[in-house]
Design a binder for this molecule. Structure first.
Ligand code: DGL
Length: 265
């Protein structure tokens, strides 16, 4: 027999290939302040986005097992790459655990679409996946959507200190060729990228382009799924966030807390 009240008091598990998922976690904390969270960043094995699907799935399952061992009542796979490689299998293996994943926020981009182009920045792996191609197919009639593979971009966040010149050179090489007069929205299809928003916005000046991501949508879905199972805690407390990282390095943990505190741009 499951003791539901006991279960309610467990933390919510979050995972990512590194520090990117913190952009989702900060939204989750904002909308569920009474909850406790355990965040596991697999920076030791990052990046996931340039690895093969099988490898990513195995790495993701390893992290999920670490979280489950500590006791969690729900799971957010806060990584687009891990979601496309592993979420279906995770749901089969853990049918009783509420699990949410994240995918590039193409839907809201299309809903608010005027007439321009939509760019999707994501890891090469996410773009190659069938899940993503199916998503593109669904909206192809409604808007011009262009995928921009961004291998090497998440590393700017993982390194902690951003060299603006280097980042601008990256954008010039990898993003600029896709930009056109009528680009109206850029979807940030990797959870690391929201932390680069201020730099990206500056790079894009004087163009005014909407930058959107799925972090709030995913957090709201997580809340809905937990509430459906009556697993949300009473609101009369303030929860904690515990951060773990596979590198075991304290500087990565410190950087994680700093990113978590970064104001949502
Ligand atoms: N943060 C991950 C994502 O959302 C990917 C970064 C990586 O490991 O390549 O796709």
């Amino acid at each position: 027999m499951i003791d539901w009240d006991q279960k309610k008091n467990l933390p919510i598990g979050f995972m990512d290939s590194g520090l990117g998922g913190l952009s989702v976690l900060r939204e989750a904390v904002r909308i569920m302040p009474a909850e406790d969270f355990i965040y596991y960043g697999d920076s030791l094995h990052a990046p996931y986005g340039t690895k093969e699907e099988e490898v990513i799935r195995e790495l993701t399952f390893n992290v999920v097992k670490i979280l489950l061992k500590q006791g969690i009542k729900g799971l957010a796979v806060a990584c687009n790459t891990a979601t496309s490689a592993a979420v279906r299998r995770l749901r089969i293996d853990y049918p009783n655990l509420p699990i949410v994943g994240i995918e590039p926020a193409i839907k809201p981009a299309v809903v608010n679409h005027k007439n321009g182009r939509i760019l999707v920045m994501a890891t090469p792996m996410t773009i190659r996946q069938k899940k993503y191609q199916t998503l593109l197919e669904r909206y192809r009639e409604q808007a011009e959507i262009i995928s921009v593979p961004c291998g090497g971009l998440m590393e700017f966040v993982e390194r902690g200190r951003i060299e603006e010149d280097e980042l601008n050179a990256y954008f010039e090489e990898h993003l600029l060729p896709y930009l056109s007069e009528d680009t109206e929205t850029i979807v940030l299809g990797c959870t690391h990228y929201p932390f680069l928003k201020p730099y990206l916005r500056k790079f894009l000046e004087p163009r005014v382009i909407d930058l959107i991501d799925g972090s709030l949508g995913t957090s709201m879905e997580l809340k809905r799924r937990l509430s459906e199972k009556n697993l949300l805690r009473e609101e009369n407390r303030k929860g904690y966030v515990k951060i773990q990282n596979s590198t075991g390095r304290q500087d990565m943990i410190d950087l994680s807390y700093r990113l978590l505190e970064m104001p949502v741009d």
